[in-house]
Design a protein around this ligand. Structure first.
Ligand code: CA
Length: 311
């Protein structure tokens, strides 16, 4: 059967076989009285509150009612203001930047004068956490447990009395970090957070961690860095490894990774997060000290000891 009905000022022809079909059709039309595509609201699956930077996320929306074919528009506004547009029912999008994205879905059906169906949501793209290193010999490497002024398993010391060693500070990806500040320059002085770990001189190790600096200034061997001191079984200091140059200035979280080999006779390594010979504030987070498969290149003593001998 065919029937003309009037809805919102529009004449609509419906066609049905049974009264049950008629009721279903009317119900469908009432769902979209302006002859619109009644898109599903963007669901949590479409709109997670956060994503990791660099990750790719799918979007899809299924319109209901209205008159096919539908025209789909995804407008994704990036943190830098650029707008990416995708015109397919499903979209796959990679969040290249850190910051706030706005995702807007517009569906227009094929009925002249119909109202587009618009939904939008906000997604925060954040720095992706690195997978936790396996075999980390450090305890509480991310400084996530402790009491005010004292992260579990870490101690601190300073030369001079000007340094301010603080815990907790804001972490790299939420949570906590440690901070070290010299409000004014105190030359030839250092302040460190440290933790001792057992080592074997027959092995090599990978030391890594994140450093952030705020207005750190100094000259010569000055700034914030990670180092390791080698200690013998009697507790005597043997030597230090400095795999990284100190970080100066105002620099957001920077990742450092290097391979170190204990001094012969070492039984312990003391991993240190140090601010030396500088003013300003440094932060350290997500430290790792693991056994390494990599054998570091031999360190060339000064002068000619490492010259190739041609026989
Ligand atoms: Ca942390």
């Amino acid at each position: 059967m065919r029937e003309i009905i009037e809805l919102d000022g529009f004449a609509r022809q419906i066609e049905y076989n049974t009264m049950a079909d008629r009721a279903w059709i009317l119900n469908s039309i009432m769902d979209c009285p302006s002859c619109r595509a009644n898109a599903s609201v963007l669901s949590p699956a479409n709109c997670p509150s956060t994503v990791d930077q660099g990750s790719t996320h799918p979007f899809s929306v299924v319109p209901e009612g209205g008159t096919p074919p539908y025209i789909y528009t995804w407008e994704i506004t990036c943190p830098d203001g650029n707008v990416d547009v995708i015109n397919t029912p499903t979209a796959s999008y990679t969040f290249a930047l850190v910051g706030t994205y706005t995702v807007k879905s517009t569906i227009k059906d094929n009925c002249p004068g119909s109202t587009p169906c618009i939904n939008s949501c906000v997604i925060i793209s954040q720095v992706a956490p690195l997978p936790p290193p396996t075999g980390n010999l450090l305890l509480n490497p991310g400084f996530e447990t402790g009491v005010l002024g004292s992260p579990d398993n870490w101690w601190n010391f300073q030369q001079g009395r000007l340094a301010v060693l603080t815990y907790p500070e804001p972490g790299r990806v939420g949570g906590s970090s440690i901070g070290t500040e010299y409000p004014s320059l105190e030359e030839n002085k250092q302040a460190s957070w440290g933790q001792g770990v057992p080592v074997s001189p027959l092995k090599s190790y990978k030391l890594s961690g994140w450093v952030k600096t705020s207005n750190v200034m100094g000259s010569g061997w000055a700034g914030a860095f990670l180092q390791i001191d080698w200690i013998d079984p009697a507790g005597k200091y043997l030597n230090s490894s400095f795999p990284f140059s100190p970080q100066l200035g105002t620099v957001d979280w920077m990742y450092y990774e290097g391979v170190v080999t204990p001094d012969p006779g070492s039984s312990q390594g003391t991993v240190l997060a140090t601010l030396i010979n500088a003013s300003g504030k440094a932060f350290f987070d997500d430290m790792s000290f693991t056994e390494s498969e990599i054998v570091p290149p031999p360190t060339c003593p000064p002068m000619t000891s490492c010259e190739l001998t041609v026989g």
